[in-house]
Ligand binder design. Structure first.
Ligand code: NAD
Length: 336
């Protein structure tokens, strides 16, 4: 089947071309973001493959359908930029990649913890500058720390196991606890206020939902330990960034490591090094010496890319053969 890829980067092209040897689809890669101005590029392609920042709003979907597109293959888990209702009305089928390497994201959360705790970002720059002083590099042992895991699903469980290996005690909070978590040594479920109060390190691994939006806010921050380390590899909207900045300024939050940011759509996945960033909140956050930011790269391992390519091309194959779509995304009135 002919598939038009939008927002494709060199790593997408490499992983999809290599994986497609086993599938035999006709892949065409466009660098352009999918939106109503670029949808015309997909004319004549029955399948379109899109990523997290591509926009499939009503107008875009109508242009795609006019051009002969019948299937949207999302190479991501999320689908919040697709107008599902309009897609259903237009008869466009959709499928996504519901899960890929939980190790990639969990390990990145741990990388942020170690980078902050041992001040590796400072140490790296210092040694390159022939400055071998240890002033300002003092860390602490992870062994014996209380680590709060908010969301004990696939990624949260992998993260918990790794932290257990460091000799940490685990405090879990989940709206739907799973029986596996408490079988880990030194792990127990507690209420969210207790997790916040007792944890030296708090890592977020729950989805962004109306009930988790701004889970980290002025009130919840005030219930945390002084000098707490906060890690977010999940979704930017889980944290009220302004409240987090206030918490850093008040020395309540001692360390912050984030791979996601509320307004990341305007910034991430592009080279803006020659431009003036207008987002003052982001710039302020960057200015603190106890903050490490990565740009939504937690998923970015060769293992995860291979799984994304395999699942996406399986989805396309199922559609091409008229089979039941294992990973179909369907419109539900509660999830427009
Ligand atoms: P998952 O569905 O396996 O686990 C999510 C867990 O959160 C579940 O146990 C669920 O019960 C729990 N949860 C749901 N509502 C909750 C609430 N109100 N309070 C507390 N916990 C709640 O998902 P996963 O694969 O572990 O992914 C977790 C998150 O990681 C995703 O939602 C996504 O936002 C993020 N993620 C980030 C990247 C990245 O590159 N940074 C990549 C993939 C996923």
């Amino acid at each position: 089947m002919k598939v038009a890829f939008f927002s494709s980067k060199s790593y997408d092209r490499e992983s999809f071309k290599a994986t497609n040897v086993d599938y035999g689809h006709e892949l065409t890669f466009f660098e352009a973001q999918l939106n109503c101005d670029t949808a015309i590029l997909a004319k004549g392609y029955p399948a379109v493959c899109m990523f997290v920042n591509d926009i499939a709003d009503a107008k875009t979907l109508e242009i795609l359908v006019e051009g002969g597109t019948k299937f949207l293959a999302l190479r991501s888990a999320g689908y919040n930029t697709v107008n599902l209702k309009r897609a259903q009305e237009l008869g466009i089928k959709m499928a996504r990649v519901p899960a890929y390497s939980p190790y990639a994201v969990a390990e990145h959360a741990v990388a942020l913890i170690l980078t902050l705790n041992r001040r590796l970002y400072r140490a790296y720059n210092r040694v390159r500058d022939d400055n071998f002083s240890l002033e300002g590099l003092l860390g602490f042992d992870l062994n014996g720390c209380n680590v709060g895991v908010v969301g004990t699903g696939k990624i949260g469980m992998v993260f918990a196991k790794i932290m257990q290996g460091f000799g940490c005690s685990l405090l879990g909070y989940d709206a739907y606890p799973n029986s596996q978590f408490e079988t880990l040594g030194n792990a127990k479920y507690v209420s969210l206020p207790e997790l916040l109060k007792e944890s030296d390190i708090i890592s977020l691994h729950c989805p962004l939902l109306p009930e988790t939006h701004y889970l980290i806010n002025g009130d919840t921050i005030s219930g945390m330990k002084d000098g707490v380390m906060l890690i977010n590899t999940s979704r930017g909207g889980l944290m009220d960034t302004r409240a987090v900045i206030d918490g850093i300024k008040a020395h309540k939050i001692g360390y912050l490591g984030i791979d996601v940011y509320e307004q990341e759509d305007e910034l991430f996945f592009q080279d803006l090094s020659d431009t003036i960033i207008q987002d003052e909140t982001f710039q302020l956050l960057q200015s603190f010496s106890n903050v490490v930011i990565t740009a939504h790269q937690a998923f970015f391992t060769c293992n995860a890319l291979e799984q994304i390519a395999n699942t996406t091309l399986t989805n396309v194959t199922e559609f091409a053969k008229g089979e039941t779509l294992t990973n179909e995304v369907v419109y539900k009135p509660s999830n427009p």
